[in-house]
Design a binder for this molecule. Structure first.
Ligand code: MTE
Length: 341
């Protein structure tokens, strides 16, 4: 029986440092140019403006990984990626500094300020295993995998179960590309994903009451949905380690805990995977975890969300506003199952 412990992303609203308190707009201007990305973009026309602008503003980046890396990130040459304009934002793009200093990455600590600790993450060599119900097991390095995928940049909203949100320019490739590359057997129904496990590198993994490594899972249909995106970069450069370098998931219609970081394994299976948080507290962090303003978390409402850096609290949208892409995936899932996040 698990002892109930409060998770870091369950800090109460008044405990959470308002991001405006540590990073205001003037500081961003002083930091050089990022504030331009903070122009409020409520209408499609303006969002289109972001779409035109984002790749060039962040393009040619220096690489988001640690200053302690001995060699430059070998994937730098792929940035900035082709900007896919299909996915529009209806709100402000969160400044890079905010996104890179307010993270959940329990492997490096159970609070938001893990950016410095996460620099211990060693991201090369980085081998990814694809196994289970596939024609043949594959082991491939991230630098061999990337050129096989259709690389692109997309702007997505990101909603944490803790009721805060961000908007991020992700770079990477559609998860469906990886599924096709994996050649799954028709018997496979789910994909179980696993983060690295190295307690010497990531001291958070020394916590014995947590079921390391971090695990997440999706159905094959979810993985094949055009929104499911495997991320290698943010803001036009390889992503910072604290975001889950060198490969993480972004499922913009689900609560953020489904978007597993620093993935080392994809296992195709016919059994529904039990995720890290589901194993800790199944009644609160269920398998589906679709954003739904009408289904409160057991201990707080999900009706609204705090948009980081803006000081705004806005109504939360069903499927985080991505219903036109994903609602059909759930029409046969029993309602009872969808009651938990
Ligand atoms: N993946 C791993 N391996 N470890 C984690 O602690 N946290 C999750 C998710 N993926 C987490 C993870 C949670 S709770 C959220 S909200 C997002 O990552 C946060 O992503 P961000 O820090 O890039 O905003």
């Amino acid at each position: 029986m698990l002892i109930k412990r409060r998770k870091g992303w369950e800090i109460s609203e008044n405990e959470a440092t308002p991001e405006s308190a540590y990073l205001n707009r003037r500081q961003l201007v002083a930091a050089g140019g990022i504030a331009a990305g903070s122009a409020i973009l409520p209408q499609n026309a303006k969002a289109q403006g972001v779409n035109d602008w984002v790749g060039s503003l962040f393009g040619g980046g220096k690489g988001g990984s640690s200053k302690t890396d001995e060699k430059p990130d070998p994937s730098l040459k792929y940035y900035p990626m082709w900007h896919n304009q299909t996915y529009k934002l209806d709100r402000e793009l969160t400044p890079q500094d905010v996104n890179e200093s307010y993270n959940n990455f329990y492997e490096f600590g159970s609070h938001k300020r893990i950016a410095r600790a996460a620099q211990a993450l060693k991201i090369r060599p980085w081998e990814i295993t694809i196994d289970g119900m596939v024609e043949e097991e594959i082991k491939i390095g991230i630098d061999d995998l990337m050129p096989k995928m259709k690389l692109q940049e997309r702007l997505y909203r990101h909603r944490c179960v803790e009721a805060w949100s961000m908007t991020i320019p992700w770079s990477g490739f559609q998860m469906s590309d990886l599924v096709k590359f994996a050649k799954p057997l028709s018997s496979a129904k789910y994909i179980r994903m696993e983060t690295f496990h190295d307690p010497d590198m990531a001291s958070g993994q020394k916590a014995t009451y947590q079921p390391w490594p971090y695990i997440e899972g999706v159905t094959i249909e979810e993985a094949m949905n055009e929104l499911s995106f495997l991320v290698t970069g943010t803001y036009g450069k390889p992503m910072a380690k604290q975001h889950g370098a060198p490969l993480r998931l972004a499922l913009p219609w689900k609560y953020g805990f489904k978007s597993i970081k620093s993935i080392v394994k994809f296992t195709f299976t016919d059994k529904r995977p039990v995720s890290f948080w589901e194993e800790l507290q199944a009644a609160e962090y269920g398998f589906w975890a679709n954003v739904n303003p009408k289904v409160p978390h057991r201990r707080w409402s999900q009706a609204t969300e705090r948009v980081l850096h803006t000081g705004n609290r806005v109504p939360t949208l069903l499927y985080n506003g991505y219903g036109e892409y994903v609602a059909d995936l759930y029409k046969n899932v029993p309602k009872r199952e969808r009651l938990f996040t």
